[in-house]
Design a protein around this ligand. Structure first.
Ligand SMILES: Nc1ncnc2c1ncn2[C@@H]1O[C@H](COP(=O)(O)OP(=O)(O)OP(=O)(O)O)[C@@H](O)[C@H]1O
Length: 314
């Protein structure tokens, strides 16, 4: 939780005088403030010579905390939000769209899990091109393993439509290279700040955020017996879901597979991760075969086990 001092620059009422008053009550951070009995704190403020300003400071701090919370929404409001803001984005593959009831949904975190060469990256690039063309939105591609290929995107753009200006579409696909989880947090934080300041009517809405692959960032920090790795993994999942929900973005992440017991393949992010994404999809492809399989492992409204077949490139 933030130290009170960090709020001073933006909120002049929370000046050094207010901080000393709080410190004399054992309050140094926002968390300390929340744990304190506020009626006792207010009563104490009233005994001080500058009581009005101190009470204004308490009110301001409460309103800052209040703004951090999402308002409670009832069922009707949630339904309205889903209808108006959480659109389904076509992946550009008829078979996958049919399997998923139209495509990937804004507001949700969708995970593609699959072994090496099953087509996770190719699918991400193709979906990015399709979203930028069909939905005229912006796509953010977080590349954690040098997998982003502008040439491949250009190829897909021409494959999808020969009448669009590929320069315009490509300029709406932004790539950030991040090679550790902390720089991913930094990029996501910057993205959140810019989305907040831009508001819902920005010039070109961010519709999709892709992280290829999230597992390669997280598996490094999961080693050892300490809980920090798991905490970071949960925090990353939480932040991605928050961005998806609050800014109506479809988030797509990939999770590679590793050899488990007996050599059978299992997702690199396993048991503790699997409850985080809204949708989990398994990709597979036989070597030398152009046809890929995609099946539903988890979906909030569709049965697991359904499979579709598709071809990324003819
Ligand atoms: N530029 C390309 N042109 C044509 N085919 C390609 C190209 N890049 C990759 N492929 C094909 O797509 C297949 C899937 O590759 P992709 O990188 O999507 O797999 P992946 O599931 O992301 O693997 P990994 O987990 O190892 O990153 C490759 O085996 C290759 O046959």
């Amino acid at each position: 939780m933030a130290p009170l001092k960090s709020l001073e620059a933006r909120y002049p009422l929370l000046d050094s005088n207010f901080q000393s008053f709080c410190a004399s009550n054992g309050i140094f951070t926002v968390e300390d403030f929340l744990l304190h009995d506020l009626s006792v704190l207010t009563a104490f403020a009233e005994q001080q010579p500058n009581s009005d300003r101190l009470k204004e400071g308490i009110t301001q701090l409460l309103s800052i905390i209040d703004r951090q919370h999402q308002p409670w929404l009832n069922g009707l409001q949630l339904l309205e939000d889903a209808r108006q803001n959480k659109h389904v984005l076509s992946t550009g593959f008829e078979e996958i769209d049919k399997l998923l009831g139209g495509g990937v949904r804004e507001g949700q975190l969708t995970e593609l899990v699959g072994p090496s060469s099953s087509g996770k990256t190719q699918l991400c690039l193709r979906v990015a091109a399709n979203v930028a063309i069909q939905h005229v939105g912006r796509v953010i591609f977080m590349d954690t393993g040098n997998s982003f290929s502008p040439r491949r995107i250009e190829h897909f753009i021409h494959q999808i439509s020969d009448s669009v200006l590929s320069e315009k579409v490509m300029s709406n696909i932004l790539c950030y290279s991040t090679f550790d989880i902390f720089s991913m947090f930094d990029v996501l934080q910057q993205l959140e700040n810019s989305l907040k300041s831009q508001g819902p009517k920005g010039d070109c809405k961010v519709q999709m955020l892709i992280v290829d692959s999230i597992s390669s960032l997280i598996t490094h920090v999961l080693g050892g017996s300490g809980p920090q790795g798991h905490a970071l993994m949960t925090a990353a999942g939480f932040l991605l879901k928050k961005l998806a929900h609050e800014h109506n973005i479809a988030v797509l992440v990939t999770n590679h597979m590793v050899a488990g017991e007996g050599g059978t393949l299992k997702p690199a992010l396993g048991e503790s991760w699997k409850s985080i994404p809204h949708v989990r999809l398994l990709l597979s492809r036989d070597p030398g075969n152009k046809i890929s399989n995609i099946s539903i492992l988890k979906h909030p409204s569709l049965a697991s086990g359904e499979v579709a077949r598709f071809v990324i490139d003819d």
